[in-house]
Structure formats: structure tokens, C-alpha cells
Ligand binder design. Sequence first.
Ligand code: AGP
Length: 604
Amino acid sequence: MCGIVGYVGLQEVAPFLLQGLKKLEYRGYDSAGICELNGKLHVHKTQGRIADLECLLNQKVISGSVGIGHTRWATHGAPSDDNAHPHYDCTGNIAVVHNGIIENYQDLKTLLIAEGHVFRSETDTEVISHLIEKYYQGNLLEAIGLAIKDLRGSYAIAVLAQDSPDELVVVRQDSPLVIGLGMGENYLASDIPAILDYTRNVYILEDGEMARMTRDTVEVFNKELVPIDKAVFQVEWDPIQAEKEGFADFMLKEIHEQPKAVRDTLAGRIDQDGNLTISHDIPVSLVKGITKVQFIACGTAYHASLYGKCLLEDLLELPVETELASEYRYKRVKADANTLLIVISQSGETADTLGALRLAKAKGARVLAITNVVGSTLAREADAVMFTHAGPEIAVASTKAYTTQLACLYLIAAYLQEQLLGRVDPSSLIALTKIPDQIASVLAMHEERLRDYAQKLVKATDAFFLGRGLDYASAMEGQLKLKEISYIHGEALAGGELKHGTLALVMPDVPVIALVTQSLLKEKMVSNLKEVKARGGDILLLALADSGDFSDVGDEILLLPSTLDFLAPLLTVIPMQVLAYYAAKARNCDVDKPRNLAKSVTVE
Ligand code: AGP
């Protein structure tokens, strides 16, 4: 996610802005910039690190006691000096920084250009600067109030106007903003860590709230500009806790970020009638005439590719293969110009994945990437990219990247069905838009029970994850989560494979996590679970609500919100992530940095 800071006071603004941006570095970014106002607006910005910005500033005379700063995590437009924030309007009277995604920015940009506005960047953010310019009649708060009525999407915005020299105006919708209250100065940040050195008294803005900040006042309004009497929040966290927004670990924070991550990934890709709008991600020319689909990936991304394979095999009449990248790259590559190669990688830098990609490209394959990092090597080498908008994933164990990869795969499957078979089911896409709230309800309903259940795993040496079809693909991800952070041996198994050997390991109290969400396979799974019960296995069963009575096989049954079988994997993975997390905590493991592992495996 991007980071925002702002200051209105009596001190020199640049040191505060730079210090604040450094406190937000953990959020991940690819460029940085500030703007100070001292009679005139002066924007200084650069691709790269905050240190690069400091080098830039060292060459200039910076003065002023009002300003805004930004660290950019690219979503629309690759990392570059021009795409860095702040962004001016045409006249240079307005400067804006933004965190979030403007879903309808393409339409707005077209309209604004037709009205004569000149754009300098590829970002969605810049439409905000020009919209404010369009409505600005001297009152910045009113102009912003009008501008945001045209916006669709998520945004935290901070705005300066050259001819409103003593104020900073902000608005929050689905992206966080906090205002620190000082004496003769006030502070703004996306996150509390950036202002903790100055004050512990903050206003936490809610969605739809705006604020006008001066050095002596902070007025809060709703979107209709009606004043709001805001309560002061006293921050009790220490700086480290504040980076995790009060969560004990980044992994737990990122598990809880999944509703927003999936919502942001879907933003702008499905309209309110359930129609796909992803042709700007995937040009039709990339998919027309393909005769085969291949997936390559590693680790969690490979498990996402298993989901993609199941989906496409069911929906398309094409051969679909998936292969671990480390295996693919050392086999005779069977790809050609009619092969669509879908490459999945959170980091976009995994060595084996890039190696396999280059081999397939040399054979003429058409490459579609799914990645979380704009400007990554994978994003630059693919023919087309569908970005997950999960925000930076700090914990080594992948959580929100996986669920957003599944969301992208579901969109891609629908798009291929539409382009290759001429049919798509809007109701299935409407069901996808319900997933973010359903993930939130799974966490609200089951987190405590899973924390208690995890105690049973503390002494376990093995845990088995059982499923059939899509549930088997999900089981693969569940076992990896448990293994990589709690160091308990997890093993995924197709339900029908039990009696071909592994049943020999099922003894009293051996934990078995069973996924039973695929309607056509439910009876088969139940009979497999009866074999486990007969040997005393302890079954944690995950099923969709109203999908049957499992009381004769499940020792602990977690019912998940009803959804389509195809979408169940976006929900079943949540309890498995939470279970792995609490098992690892119970075993005093380093959840965010598990032993021997790296976040991105950039070497073979
Ligand atoms: C999963 O929790 C691990 N972090 C690891 O398996 C990871 O998924 C794998 O290294 C692939 O990384 P990538 O998605 O960045 O390519």
C-alpha cells in the first residue's frame, strides 16, 4: 500500500515528511515524493528509495511549514519519476497524494482530456488533481467534496492548493488516514507509526470523512461537508505494534487484510451487473486461437495454479496443464505460439518461475502473468499482466497473495470462457463480489475456535489435509501453511488416495483437516472420512453452510458461508491459514520469519 504523510505547523516541513515516510517504509514502495508550500507549491519526487529522494532534496533549497509526502506502491503505471506522487493539476496550483485504486479512472481521464486537461503520468491518481482543478473556485474543501462525487474506488487523499497556503485538506474512503493533534501543529499519516514520535492523540478518519487541517485547527466533515464532532483516540501501542496496526504479527494482519485485498483486486474488473471489464488487463489478441493452457509457478503460487487448472479444465474444452517451475524448466518444453502460459508469482522475482517463463517464451508461448508487484521482472517480461492488488505482503507465509491470485484466476477463467466459447454467467461473477465480506465473516465466526483447536496440534508430528477436486488443490495450500510456520509435518491427500497407503498413518488423535465443499464429491469424501474415524483420527471438517449433516464424521465442524463450489477455495483457505498461525504461535515459532525460508526465492 502507499504511504501518506502531511504537516501543517511552524517547523520546517521537509524533515517531518521524510521522517514520517521512513516510518512507513515497512509498507513497501517503489518511489517517493514530497511537496512543500511556501508561497508556491514545490514537488520533488523520484522512483526508488527515500534515500534517493533525500539526495534529490539535498540539491535544492527546501523551506516551508506546510507539506505532504508519499511512498508509492505502484498499481496503475510502472514505477517512474513521472508516476511518483505528488501529482499536480494543469496549473500547478493543486498537489495531490493518494493511496488506493480509482476504479473509473480511465473514463474520468478521457472526459478530462476532452475538456482540455493535460496529463503527465499513467497513474489513476492524477485524475484526482485535475478533477479538483475542474471544481476549484477558491474553496479547497468544497472542490474536493465535488471531485470525490465523481470517483469510484478506494482512496485516501491529501491535497494542497497554492492559493490556500495555510491548509491541508484530506478525505478517506476505504484507505486509512489518521490525523495527529499537536500544539500549534497537526500531522497526517496513512498509519499511526509515522506520527507516534509527535503525539498519541489522533483522529482516526472513518470512510466518507473529510478534514481541513491548519496549524491550530482540525475540522472534520462528512461528504456533504456537515461538521462532525470527532472523538480523540489515545494511541497506547508502541511503534512496532503500530506497524502491525495492533496485530501481533504481520501474518495475522495480512490474514485480516484479505477482505480488502480481494475487494481491491476485483475493483474495476466487474461492473455492478456482473459483466467483466478486464480487456485492459488481457487483450483479446492474447487469447484468441489458443489451443492449450499451461501454468507454471512455485510454492503457494503453484497451489493457486492447481485451482486455475481445475477451473479451466471444467469451463473450457482445452487441454490444461500445470507444472512446478523448477520441474518445467528442465523438461522438454512443449509450448508453441498457440499456448497460453499463465505464470503466477507474488513477488514476480522467483528464479525458477522466471527461468521457466523464458524457456516457454523462446518457444513462442503467449505469456499472461499474475503478480502482486508492478514493475517486477515477471511483469516486465510477460505479454500481459493481471495484477493482484493485495498490497505488500511482508510475512514469508503467503496469505492475501493466494486469495487474490484465486480471484484473478476466477476472472481469467470467466474471460476465457467469454472469449473462446462466447458465454459467461454474470451471476457467478456477482457471487465473486460477495467473497470479500464472506471472508470477513469466516474470520469473525471462527478465529477463536481455531485458536482453541490449534492447541491440539501443538504436540502433533503429522497432520493430514484431505480433499477431492478443488478441495484437494486447497488442501495443498493448507498443508504448506502449517508446515512452513509451525514446523509440523503437513501432508495433503486426495481423499480417494487414503486407502492406497497413508491410512496406515492414521491413528487415534492424528489431526485430519477435511475439506468437503464440492457437491458432486461430498458422498465420496464422507466415506473416506468414515475410514479415518474408524481409526480414531481427529477430524476438523470445513464445509459450506446448508450443505449437509457431517456430525457423524466431523469432530469439529466449521461451516462457511454458502457460495458456489468454484468459489469455496477462497473461503476454505482462511481457516487453514488461521489454524497454521495459531499452531505456530502455540509452538513459539517466528511466524513472520520462519526458519530457513525467504520471502522471495530469487536464486535456484
Ligand atoms: C508460501 O507461503 C511461500 N512464501 C513460498 O512457497 C512462495 O509461495 C514461493 O516461494 C513462490 O513465491 P512467488 O509467489 O513470489 O513466486
